[in-house]
Design a binder for this molecule. Structure first.
Ligand SMILES: *[C@@H]1O[C@H](CO)[C@@H](O)[C@H](O)[C@H]1NC(C)=O
Ligand SMILES: *[C@@H]1O[C@H](CO)[C@@H](O)[C@H](O)[C@H]1NC(C)=O
Ligand SMILES: *[C@@H]1O[C@H](CO)[C@@H](O)[C@H](O)[C@H]1NC(C)=O
Ligand SMILES: *[C@@H]1O[C@H](CO)[C@@H](O)[C@H](O)[C@H]1NC(C)=O
Ligand SMILES: *[C@@H]1O[C@H](CO)[C@@H](O)[C@H](O)[C@H]1NC(C)=O
Ligand SMILES: *[C@@H]1O[C@H](CO)[C@@H](O)[C@H](O)[C@H]1NC(C)=O
Ligand SMILES: *[C@@H]1O[C@H](CO)[C@@H](O)[C@H](O)[C@H]1NC(C)=O
Ligand SMILES: *[C@@H]1O[C@H](CO)[C@@H](O)[C@H](O)[C@H]1NC(C)=O
Ligand SMILES: *[C@@H]1O[C@H](CO)[C@@H](O)[C@H](O)[C@H]1NC(C)=O
Length: 834
C-alpha cells in the first residue's frame, strides 16, 4: 500500500511534463529490466568541469531514469565490468590499447556495448560526452542490441546562433525572454544557460553565438565581459564554446575612436585589444559572428573597403587565440529600385563575394543562408555555395520559424533542410552537393559546417511549442550527419519525447511529415516565396507587401502575370550564377521544376504547368489542399488523448486547432488576392464563394460599425466590424436562414496583441459559446496590433443545434485597443470546412 502511494506520487512528479526536459526525459523503458547492465560507471576524469565527468553524471542520471538503477561512479578502473567513458588518451592510459583510435576524428566517438562492458571513447572530451548521450539515447529508445561503431562529425563547425538582445528581448524569438540577457547585461543566474548547453551537447552542437547579429556594442563593457566568462564557464563542461556577434562600428560608437575603418591601424589595435581582453575572461571563446553592411548595419563598405578587409580585421584579432570569424553572406542593398526589371536581391551575395574568393584569412568562414533570399518556404540553394572555391563556408539554417509559422504552426523542417543539403550544384560538372561543399570536402577547405538560428527563450518549452523541438533536435543530428533521413530523426525524437505508444508515433510522424508541404501549399507555392507580410512581422498573409519596395523579395505580380524573371536572356541573370548544368536548367521555363517556376520565371497566370493546370488554378487548388491537410492535424492529435500527459496534450491541441483556423485565413487571403488581381475565377468556384458564411457586416449591427481591413483580402468580403465605443459592448445579430440541423459554428475574428475583448455567442438567447481575445497569452509572443492577416483567427463551436428562423447574436465587449472585431460566422454542416 505504502509502496503504491509512493509509486503514484513518483509518477505524478515525473509526469509534470512542461517540456523543459525536452528529449532528455530518461523515462522508464518497459523492456529495460531484462537488460543486463554493468554495475558501475567509470568516468575517466574527476574534474567537475570536464565533459567526461559530466558524461559520468549524465549516465548515472539517465540509467536511473531508464532502468531505475542507481549506479556508482568512479574515476578509476577497479577491474569489474563497467560503463567506461573517457578520451582515447585516458582510456589507453588505464586500459592499454584501443585499436579504433585511428578512426576517430575531432569530436568523434566510439561506442561499444558488446560483452559485459560498455565502452564510450571520445577523440576528445567533448566526443566522450557525445558518446554518452548516444548510448543514453539508444537505451531510452529501448535499443538494447549489442553494437560497436565509430561516429565522426560531417563538419567541424556545428553551431547555433541566438538573436538575443541585451534588453532581454529576442529578435524572431517565440519562446519567451532571453536566457542570457536582461536589462542591458548578462544575467546573473546561468542555470538556464547550462541547461541549454546540456541540450545542445546531446545533439552534438559545439558552439553558440549568444547575441543578436544586429549587435549592441555595449556587450563589450566590463560588466558584460565578466558575464560572458560566467556563461562560458557554465557551458564549457558540456563542450559548448561561446562566441559573440559584434557591431562593426564599435570602435567609434563604443570605443570613442573617430573611425571604424578596418584599414585604420588604430581601429585594428582597438579590436586586438578588446579581443585580448575577452580571451582573458573566455580563453576558449569560439569566435565572432559578423553581420556587416546588411539591412542598414555598418561595415567596411562604409569606408569603401572590401568585405574581406572587414572580415580579416577580426580574423587577425582572434587568430592568436585560435578563434574563428563567421562572416555572414547576407549582404544586400534593401533599397533597390523596383522599376528596374534587372534588379535582383537574389544576385547580391554572389555579386558581393565572387571577387573576394581567396582573399579571406584561413580562420574566416563565410556563413551563407540556405537560399539566396531569406529563409523562405522554398528557395533553390544559394549559388554562392558553388561560387566560393577558396573560401571556407557554412550553411545558415533557421530553427526559429520566422517565415514558417513562428512556432504557432507545426512545420517540421527536416525535409526542407534535407532537400537543400543533398542538392547537387554540379560545380565544374562534378558532384557538388551542398553538404559536401560546406563541410570543406568538395573544395578541400580546412573549416566549415553549419549554424542554425534557434532563439530559445525562458519558456519551459524552450521554443514556445513542444512540437517545434523536433526542429532543434533534427538540426543537431543533421549537422553531425546529413545523410540521415528526416523521418528517422523525427521518430527518434518522438520516442525520446513522447515514449513508445505506436499510435503516438504514427500520428506525430504523419502530421509532422505533412506539415512543410501543407505550409508551402497554403502560403506560397511554385517558388513564389512565403507570401507573408515582409514589411512587418513575417507571420500572416500579405502578398502585396512583397512588391513595389526596395526589399527585393519581389513576386512582380500584376494583372496578367507573376514571377521573377531571373533568366540570363531577358531577366536578372540570377540563373547564370549557378554552374552551367544547373544554370541551363533554370534558364529554361520547360526544364525548371514547377516548385521553383515563379522563382526563376515571369509567366502569365494562364501558363500551363507540367501537371497541365494553369498557374492560377494551381494556386487556388494548392491553397485549398494545404489548408485541408492542416484541418486533419488537430483531429489526429485529439485521438491521442490519454496517451500523452495532459499538460503537453492540451498545449499542442490548442496550437493545432489555432493552426487549422489560421491556415484557412491564409488560404482565403491569398486566393482572394490573386482572384482580385487576375480576375480569373476558380474553376471549382470556391474562391469568393462561401455558401455557409454570414458576413458580420451584413448582420444587424448595434454598437458595431463596419471597417475596411488592411490588407483588404484578410477579411472575408474585405470588411470586418468593430464596436463603435472602446468601453461599451455592442452586438451583431441575424436571422438564421439555413435549414434546421446540427452545425459547427466557426467565428472568424481578430485577436490583437493588446486588449482582451470578450465575446458571447447565442442562438435565441441560448448561449452557445463564450471566449476572450487572449491569444497574446496563449501563443506566447507579439503578433500584431492591427486587424490583418496576423491577427485574423477562428474559433469553432461544434455540434450546435440550429433551427431555421432562430436569431444568432454575438455580443462583443471591447478591451483596450481590441474593439471586439468580427469578420464572419460560418455554419458548417458536418464534415464541411468553410
Ligand atoms: C580532465 O578534464 C579537465 C577539464 O576539462 C582537463 O583540463 C584535463 O586535461 C582532463 N584530464 C585528463 C587526464 O584528460
Ligand atoms: C537560478 O535559476 C534556476 C532555474 O531557472 C532556479 O532553479 C534557481 O533557483 C536559480 N538560482 C538562484 C540563485 O536564483
Ligand atoms: C587596451 O585596453 C586597455 C583597457 O583594457 C586600455 O587601458 C589600453 O589603453 C588599451 N590600449 C589600446 C591600444 O587601445
Ligand atoms: C572605392 O574603391 C574603388 C576601387 O578600389 C575606387 O575605384 C573608387 O574610386 C573608390 N571610391 C571612393 C568613393 O573612394
Ligand atoms: C510558455 O508559453 C506559453 C504559451 O505558449 C504560455 O502559456 C506559458 O505561460 C509560458 N510559460 C512560461 C514559463 O513562460
Ligand atoms: C522580357 O523583359 C521585359 C522587361 O524588360 C518584360 O516586360 C517581358 O515580359 C520579358 N519577356 C519575356 C519573354 O519574358
Ligand atoms: C478587387 O477589389 C476591388 C476593391 O478593393 C474591387 O473594386 C474589385 O471589384 C475587385 N475585383 C475582383 C475581380 O474581385
Ligand atoms: C429577423 O427577421 C424579422 C422578420 O423578417 C425582422 O423583423 C428582424 O429584424 C430580423 N432580425 C435580424 C436580427 O435580422
Ligand atoms: C431574447 O431576449 C430579449 C431580451 O433580453 C428578448 O427581447 C427577445 O425576445 C429574446 N429573443 C428570443 C428569440 O427569445
Amino acid at each position: 500500500m505504502l509502496r503504491t502511494i509512493f509509486l503514484a506520487l513518483f509518477t505524478v512528479l515525473v509526469s509534470a511534463e512542461d517540456g523543459s526536459r525536452a528529449w532528455l526525459r530518461y523515462a522508464p523503458v518497459p523492456q529495460a529490466s531484462s537488460h543486463r547492465l554493468p554495475p558501475s560507471i567509470i568516468a575517466l576524469n574527476s574534474s567537475s568541469n570536464s565533459p567526461v565527468y559530466v558524461a559520468g553524471q549524465e549516465l548515472q542520471k539517465g540509467i536511473k531514469g531508464v532502468f531505475g538503477k542507481e549506479l556508482s561512479i568512479s574515476s578509476t578502473n577497479k577491474g569489474s565490468p563497467a560503463i567506461v567513458v573517457g578520451t582515447i588518451d585516458a582510456y589507453k592510459k588505464t586500459y592499454g590499447s584501443f585499436k579504433e583510435a585511428r578512426e576517430l576524428e575531432e569530436d568523434g566517438f566510439f561506442l561499444s556495448t558488446t560483452g559485459n562492458t560498455v565502452r564510450i571513447i571520445g577523440q576528445n572530451e567533448r566526443g566522450a560526452l557525445y558518446g554518452a548521450f548516444e548510448y543514453l539515447s539508444r537505451v531510452s529508445q529501448g535499443k538494447f542490441s549489442s553494437v560497436s561503431y565509430v561516429s565522426n562529425p560531417h563538419a567541424p563547425i556545428r553551431w547555433v546562433n541566438e538573436w538575443d538582445n541585451l534588453d532581454g528581448t529576442i529578435e524572431r524569438g517565440y519562446g519567451g525572454a532571453s536566457i542570457f540577457f536582461k536589462n542591458g547585461y548578462v544575467v546573473e543566474n546561468v542555470t538556464h544557460a547550462a541547461e541549454y548547453a546540456r541540450l545542445l551537447a546531446s545533439i552534438r552542437i559545439n558552439g553558440i553565438i549568444i547575441n543578436n547579429v544586429n549587435a549592441n556594442p555595449t556587450l563589450l563593457n566590463d560588466r558584460n565581459i565578466a558575464g560572458l566568462a560566467r556563461l562560458a564557464d557554465a557551458m564549457r563542461p558540456f563542450g559548448v564554446q561561446l562566441g559573440i556577434s559584434l557591431n562593426f562600428a564599435s570602435p567609434q560608437t563604443f570605443g570613442g575612436l573617430s573611425t571604424f575603418d578596418p584599414l585604420d591601424a588604430n581601429v585594428d589595435a582597438w579590436w586586438a585589444n578588446i579581443t585580448n581582453k575577452i580571451y582573458q575572461s573566455v580563453p576558449d571563446m569560439a569566435g565572432y559572428l559578423i553581420k556587416a553592411n546588411s539591412e542598414g548595419q555598418p561595415g567596411p563598405l562604409t569606408y569603401n573597403r572590401t568585405l574581406a578587409d572587414g572580415a580579416n580585421m577580426f580574423a587577425k584579432a582572434v587568430k592568436p587565440h585560435g578563434g574563428v570569424i563567421m562572416f555572414r553572406a547576407f549582404v544586400y542593398d534593401n533599397k533597390i529600385l523596383y522599376a528596374n526589371w534587372k534588379n535582383d536581391r537574389a544576385n547580391a551575395q554572389v555579386d558581393f563575394f565572387k571577387d573576394l574568393d581567396g582573399k579571406f584569412d584561413d580562420n574566416v568562414v563565410v556563413q551563407i543562408k540556405y537560399g539566396p533570399i531569406d529563409f523562405q518556404v522554398r528557395e533553390p540553394p544559394s549559388p554562392l555555395f558553388s561560387t566560393l572555391r577558396k573560401t571556407s563556408t557554412a550553411i545558415e539554417l533557421q530553427v526559429s520559424q520566422e517565415y514558417l509559422g513562428q512556432q504557432c504552426h507545426l512545420v517540421y523542417l527536416g525535409p526542407l533542410w534535407k532537400e537543400i543539403l543533398e542538392y547537387d550544384l554540379r560545380a565544374d560538372g562534378k558532384p557538388s552537393k551542398v553538404k559536401d561543399i560546406y563541410s570543406g570536402e568538395r573544395f578541400k577547405r580546412p573549416l566549415g559546417g553549419s549554424a542554425a538560428v534557434v532563439n530559445v527563450g525562458t519558456n519551459t518549452t524552450w521554443l514556445g511549442s513542444h512540437l517545434a523541438m523536433s526542429n532543434l533536435y533534427a538540426y543537431g543530428i543533421m549537422a553531425w550527419d546529413p545523410a540521415v533521413e528526416p523521418d528517422d530523426v523525427l521518430q527518434d525524437w518522438i520516442r525520446l519525447t513522447f515514449g513508445f505508444d505506436r499510435k503516438v508515433m504514427e500520428v506525430i510522424t504523419d502530421i509532422s511529415m505533412k506539415s512543410w508541404p501543407a505550409y508551402e501549399k497554403h502560403t506560397g507555392n511554385l517558388g513564389v516565396q512565403t507570401l507573408t507580410d515582409i514589411l512587418y512581422t513575417h507571420y500572416g498573409p500579405n502578398p502585396a507587401s512583397q512588391d513595389n519596395n526596395g526589399w527585393g523579395q519581389w513576386t512582380r505580380a500584376d494583372t496578367f502575370s507573376i514571377g521573377m524573371d531571373r533568366t540570363v536572356k531577358n531577366g536578372t541573370g540570377n540563373a547564370g550564377q549557378y554552374a552551367p548544368e544547373i544554370a541551363s536548367m533554370f534558364e529554361n521555363v520547360d526544364t525548371t521544376p514547377d516548385d521553383l517556376l515563379l522563382w526563376f520565371h515571369h509567366v502569365p497566370y494562364t501558363q500551363k504547368l507540367k501537371s497541365g493546370k494553369t498557374v492560377i488554378q494551381h494556386f487556388y487548388d494548392a491553397h485549398y489542399e494545404g489548408a485541408a491537410t492542416v484541418q486533419t492535424f488537430w483531429k489526429a492529435w485529439e485521438s491521442l488523448k490519454g496517451k500523452i500527459d495532459t499538460e503537453r496534450f492540451e498545449h499542442v491541441l490548442f496550437r493545432l486547432i489555432y493552426q487549422s483556423g489560421h491556415a484557412l485565413v491564409w488560404r482565403d487571403a491569398i486566393n482572394q488576392f490573386y482572384y482580385n488581381l487576375s480576375s480569373i475565377p476558380d474553376e471549382a468556384k470556391r474562391v469568393g464563394n462561401h455558401p455557409y458564411r454570414i458576413e458580420a457586416e451584413k448582420m444587424t449591427l448595434s454598437g458595431y460599425k463596419p471597417v475596411a481591413v488592411t490588407p483588404f483580402h484578410t477579411a472575408s468580403g474585405y470588411t470586418a466590424v468593430v464596436t463603435t465605443s472602446n468601453t461599451m459592448a455592442g452586438s451583431v445579430s441575424t436571422n438564421i436562414t439555413f435549414a434546421s440541423g446540427v452545425y459547427d459554428l466557426a467565428v472568424n475574428y481578430y485577436d490583437l496583441y493588446e486588449g482582451k475583448a470578450q465575446y458571447a455567442m447565442s442562438i435565441n438567447n441560448r448561449t452557445v459559446g463564450t471566449w476572450t481575445g487572449d491569444l497574446e497569452d496563449k501563443l506566447g509572443h507579439e503578433i500584431s496590433r492591427f486587424l490583418d492577416g496576423h491577427t485574423a483567427t477562428r474559433i469553432t463551436f461544434r455540434g450546435i443545434k440550429v433551427n431555421k428562423g432562430d436569431v444568432l447574436r454575438i455580443v462583443g465587449t471591447p478591451n483596450g485597443i481590441e474593439l471586439a472585431p468580427l469578420d464572419y460566422v460560418s455554419f458548417m454542416p458536418p464534415g464541411k470546412v468553410d
